[in-house]
Design a protein around this ligand. Structure first.
Ligand SMILES: [Fe+2]
Length: 446
């Protein structure tokens, strides 16, 4: 094994690596099978790339040409590893013209019987000190999986921004306060935030919408029928769509199982109308199909229940609250608002649109008896958007008079990350700041 590492190091040190972005681990189009993971990497030129997993067989990597005129044409390669032992570390390597050019250890997905730890944060991709501090804290938390809950890169979701603000921070060659090597060893998942999809002018920004090029996630989302997606304009829209293939726009909504949890990931951007009965049916059916999972979680960027003065009117995801409740959802994770908030366990009945665009009126019922332990009556809504970008509304920290009635805790003076531990019927949630100080904690037992 040592000689393989040496070979890889020599090739990389001598500058011969044809890789633009080193390998990282993704779900691939595989919602449920814990023995499979997809290895993804980017190259400047087409070539004969293979990936070898623990089974020892070289798997030819599938090539995807990315034509964007503002960055050089490049190639995304993917290969699915099979036969992995759930929850176990495995060694994998990438070869170019049969020579090993990269090697790393990955962690296979957890099966339903195994405990798991997920780290969650959003609004992170700023290439700044707080982002790196949260990344460094994430690696020390030793997650099995990381979920970035939108605004993956600022401020336009460009290819060039991925190369500056995502991969160097989370897919570095070593772990240090300047960047961590987590993406090559642990599953990363994501949902699109507003900054990831806001740039629709492909004439001015031909390398926009990189989310749809670089994340390889299940294609089991709802049929969008040309609606509920970023409306691309300009000279390079067709070239982008060819590059993205079926990922655009379908990779914005999907679901998967990890350990004994089912995750439903949604696009919370305002071009999606979550009042559309077809979309609502997809969410309801997805939760109903997750029958065996002990835990159900939802992830989307724009929080329905938010006490911050920032983004207060963007309540469009409140329309789904009754579906989450009926579907047995435990916790909903959002970002967008750059601070940390936890709601009381709540149920909500929408009554109609509110006074301002995006607002949703209705009545909530709060479980104020839930004392951070036991079984809550309702869904807990978490805002964990303090992953790197500048904090919002620090003046509301500890200032309860400014909070909505549904908010139990609001911390806006610290960047932070969420750590979700699942062990059978027990859930432990902790919110830590960049120094490792615990800001919040609750448990659920079923
Ligand atoms: Fe946002």
């Amino acid at each position: 094994m040592r000689s393989l590492f040496l070979l890889a190091s020599v090739a990389l040190l001598s500058g011969q690596s044809p890789l633009l972005v080193k390998p990282y681990l993704q779900l691939g189009d595989n919602p449920t099978d814990a023995s499979r993971m997809t290895v993804v990497f980017h190259a400047a030129a087409p070539g004969k790339f293979t990936v070898t997993g623990p089974k020892g067989k070289a798997i030819p990597a599938v090539e995807q040409k990315i034509a964007a005129t503002s960055v050089a044409e490049h190639f995304v390669y993917s290969a699915e590893l099979t036969g992995l032992k759930p929850g176990a570390e495995f060694l994998y390597s990438v070869s170019h013209d049969s020579k090993i050019i990269f090697q790393a250890k990955g962690l296979a997905r957890k099966s339903a019987g195994q405990p798991s730890r997920t780290v969650i944060f959003g609004d992170s991709g700023q290439d700044n000190t707080p982002q790196r501090e949260i990344a460094w804290r994430t690696v020390q938390a030793k997650p099995d999986m990381v979920f970035i809950v939108g605004d993956i890169v600022y401020s336009r979701g460009l290819v060039s921004e991925y190369r500056q603000k995502l991969y160097p921070v989370y897919n570095a060659d070593t772990d240090s306060p300047n960047g961590v090597g987590l993406m090559r060893s642990r599953l990363f998942t994501g949902v699109p935030g507003n900054h990831d999809t806001v740039t629709t002018d492909t004439t001015k920004y031909p390398d926009a919408q990189a989310y749809f090029l670089y994340w390889k996630q299940p294609r089991n989302g709802p049929a969008l029928g040309g609606k509920h997606q970023p409306l691309l304009q300009g000279d390079h829209a067709a070239a982008f769509k060819t590059s993205a293939g079926s990922a655009f726009p379908n990779a914005a909504n999907y679901s998967f199982d990890y350990g004994n949890a089912h995750w439903t990931m949604l696009d919370g951007n305002d071009y999606v109308d979550w009042q559309d009965p077809a979309l609502q049916k997809w969410v309801a059916d997805d939760l109903a199909k997750a029958g065996k999972a002990t835990w159900r979680f939802i992830g989307f960027h724009q929080p329905g229940f938010n006490s911050s003065k920032a983004h207060f009117s963007q309540q469009q995801l409140r329309w789904l609250a009754p579906i989450f409740e009926k579907g047995g959802v435990d916790v909903v994770f959002s970002g967008h608002v750059h601070n940390y908030q936890r709601s009381y366990p709540l149920t909500f009945t929408p009554s109609g649109p509110g006074a301002k665009k995006g607002e949703v009126d209705g009545a909530w019922k709060l479980d104020q008896a839930y004392a951070e332990k036991g079984k809550p009556k309702g869904v807990i809504y978490i805002v964990t958007g303090a992953g790197g970008a500048g904090l919002y509304n620090p003046e509301q920290d500890q200032n309860r008079a400014t909070w909505q009635p549904f908010t139990k805790l609001f911390v806006s003076r610290n960047h932070s990350l969420s750590i979700l531990d699942l062990n059978g019927k027990n859930l432990l949630f902790r919110q830590l700041d960049g120094k490792g100080q615990e800001l919040d904690r609750f448990e659920i037992a079923k």
